[in-house]
Design a protein around this ligand. Structure first.
Ligand SMILES: [Ca+2]
Ligand SMILES: [Ca+2]
Ligand SMILES: [Ca+2]
Length: 583
């Protein structure tokens, strides 16, 4: 790392990507943000700092304020202006003579609103505010921390006359597309010459990106990861709200196939650049799309498709979970602190704990209440923890890492129903040294994020998950049980029938119930009745095999005993997998 930056006096980096919405005006590569290296480990300031004379103005004949000019120019062009500042300063005498005093001095100068990347620590998921993969393209979305990949246009960060190994516009565009499809930012480095000029090789690369962005930038700004579809071999897919952007790398004009991973409908499609028609047909586990018109880019052409997915529940009204802390690692006795925590996002590190009354070491934490998903989807829960962690949803252990550990990222998944509230319990223990706990969730429609307070409640959940063999469920008309299919069934089992007219009846006490089952090509329609009254016909035929989809939700019933009934109407199979009940 060190050698790379020794000779770097000015590195201007362009961050292009999904974290910033909006379309800047035409520019060489349409950056959304810039990050100018104002000082690196050598401590040499590119602005006329008053702190010392180790800066551009004092040490050269260059008397203008470079950063002020860059800031003015960036803002005039609608580009967010940022600066990169290295907290390592070899020029500061304290750095070598008294490092703890140096750290204290650095901390004293930090604004609470500043963004700190993970190089403040050891580039772990618990360090800083975001991750910084270097010269690398992550294959999937970040799980425990936002990420920004930094990369050079050639092979060197600073200007190097001998380094002419410039990446092609195609490589840069496809890097940008891949990063956007994983909800990562792209920080692309420029090393200007000693006169501030951008070399022809770098300029040509940026011009190529700019040309592509001028036609297809809608794909990038505000776009991000989607798990609604499988990433294809012919390119990448990016989601932005109600649109999917299918970035096609080659063979333009041929029919491409999009495999779906969730129940969705594409209602229209067109070529983004030209508006030319795209033929859209359901096929197999998804859609076939055939564009018309000539290719307008040898790098990549983009199809814009209109996306319809089952509706989201409105944002919740929660304020967080009940939090209890003990000054022992065994949750024993009366908690020393009981309060409501809006989110679970703690970095106690060496000297701290979640509260003044809580030990720095040897404490335990428990959060309880309920969690309310906004989508009927499979949710992945991610924890970043030290020393131990366990997460239960509706009493089921979803995440567990109970061997005391250094900061670790752990995950587990469970399918939830939109708008319902399920019990959640999170336990963490701290023995010694650092202590961390983050609770993150993601789903096909939810980018990985700290679970927001609006979806957390300090009171118990009212929805409980019941298996297809639960008491209260009766089957008539020829049913069998299939277990261990390994296809994602709840409890790895389902009831199934092949006879039209077969039915199940679920008698429950509460205000609502949900039928979850499989959607697949060999399934058909199920008529749904609540309290004996026909409600709807649920269509479960779908090209892709999707476990635990919500076939019907009964909501808002008067408190009391009710029945939910499903009758097989068509298709080869009818399956019953899971029944949730809301009291
Ligand atoms: Ca500690
Ligand atoms: Ca620890
Ligand atoms: Ca089941």
């Amino acid at each position: 790392m060190r050698y790379r930056f020794v000779h770097l006096l000015l590195g201007l980096a362009l961050a292009i990507g999904g974290l910033v919405a909006g379309s800047p005006p035409a520019a060489i590569a349409h950056p959304a943000t810039t990050a100018c290296t104002t000082t690196h480990h050598d401590g040499f300031a590119m602005w006329p700092t008053k702190a010392n004379d180790w800066n551009l103005r004092s040490r050269s004949g260059f008397q203008r304020d470079l950063l002020a000019e860059l800031a003015t120019e960036a803002r005039a062009n609608g580009i967010k202006f940022g600066v990169y500042y290295s907290i390592w300063d070899w020029h500061n005498p304290l750095f070598t003579s008294d490092f703890p005093a140096y750290v204290t001095q650095m901390k004293a100068g930090i604004s609470p609103d500043i963004i700190i990347n993970n190089r403040v620590g050891k580039r772990r998921a618990v360090d800083g505010d975001y991750g910084t993969p270097e010269q690398a393209l992550p294959s999937g979305p970040p799980s425990a921390q936002l990420e920004e990949s930094c990369m050079t246009i050639n092979d060197t960060w600073g200007y190097a006359a001998w380094d002419t190994n410039f990446k092609s516009p195609a490589t840069l565009v496809r890097n940008l597309v891949q990063l956007t499809s994983t909800s990562s930012n792209y920080l692309l480095n420029i090393g200007p010459t000693d006169t501030g000029a951008i070399s022809t090789g770098q300029a040509n690369a940026l011009k190529g990106v700019g040309d592509w962005m001028a036609r297809n930038g809608t794909t990038i700004y505000g776009g991000g990861f989607t798990d609604l579809v499988a990433q294809p071999g012919w390119g990448r897919v990016i989601r932005k709200g109600g649109k999917l952007y299918l970035v096609v790398y080659g063979n333009w004009g041929q029919t491409i196939h999009l495999s779906t991973k969730a129940r969705l409908t594409l209602t229209g499609a067109r070529v983004l650049d030209t508006g030319a028609a795209v033929t859209l047909t359901r096929s197999g586990d998804g859609y076939d799309l055939t564009p018309t018109g000539a290719s307008t880019s040898a790098i990549a052409n983009v199809i814009e498709a209109d996306l319809s997915v089952p509706g989201a529940a409105p944002a919740g009204t929660g304020t967080g979970l009940k939090a209890e802390f003990w000054n022992n690692t065994t949750f024993s006795g009366t908690p020393v602190v009981t309060r409501t925590d809006a989110t679970l996002n703690y970095a106690s590190r060496y000297g701290g704990s979640p509260g003044p009354a809580i030990n720095t070491d040897n404490f335990s934490s428990r959060w309880t209440g309920s969690i309310q998903p906004r989508y009927s989807e499979q949710y992945t829960f991610t924890t970043a923890s030290d020393d131990t962690v366990q997460v239960w949803i509706d009493g089921k252990l979803v995440v567990a890492n109970t061997t005391p550990h250094a900061p670790a990222v752990d995950q587990g998944s469970i399918t939830l129903v939109a708008g319902r509230r399920y019990d959640i319990k999170v336990e963490q223990t701290e023995n010694g040294g650092e202590a961390f706990l983050k609770l993150i969730w993601s789903s096909p429609s939810t980018p990985a994020q700290i679970v927001p307070a609006s979806q957390l409640y300090a009171t118990a959940g009212r929805t409980h998950i019941c298996n297809d063999n639960a008491s209260g469920v009766t089957y008539s008309g020829g049913w069998n049980v299939s277990s261990f299919r390994g296809l994602g069934d709840y409890a790895d089992d389902v009831h199934y029938s092949t006879a039209n007219g077969s039915l199940f009846t679920y008698t429950f006490t509460g205000t609502g119930a949900d039928l979850l089952t499989e959607a697949y090509s060999d399934e058909g329609d199920v008529d749904i009745y609540v309290d004996g009254i026909f409600k709807t016909t649920s269509h479960l035929a779908y090209g892709a095999r999707l476990p635990q989809v919500v076939a019907y939700s009964a909501t808002g019933l008067a408190p009391g005993t009710h029945t939910l009934k499903g009758v097989k109407v068509s298709g080869t199979y009818m399956l019953v997998d899971r029944l949730d009940v809301t009291s």
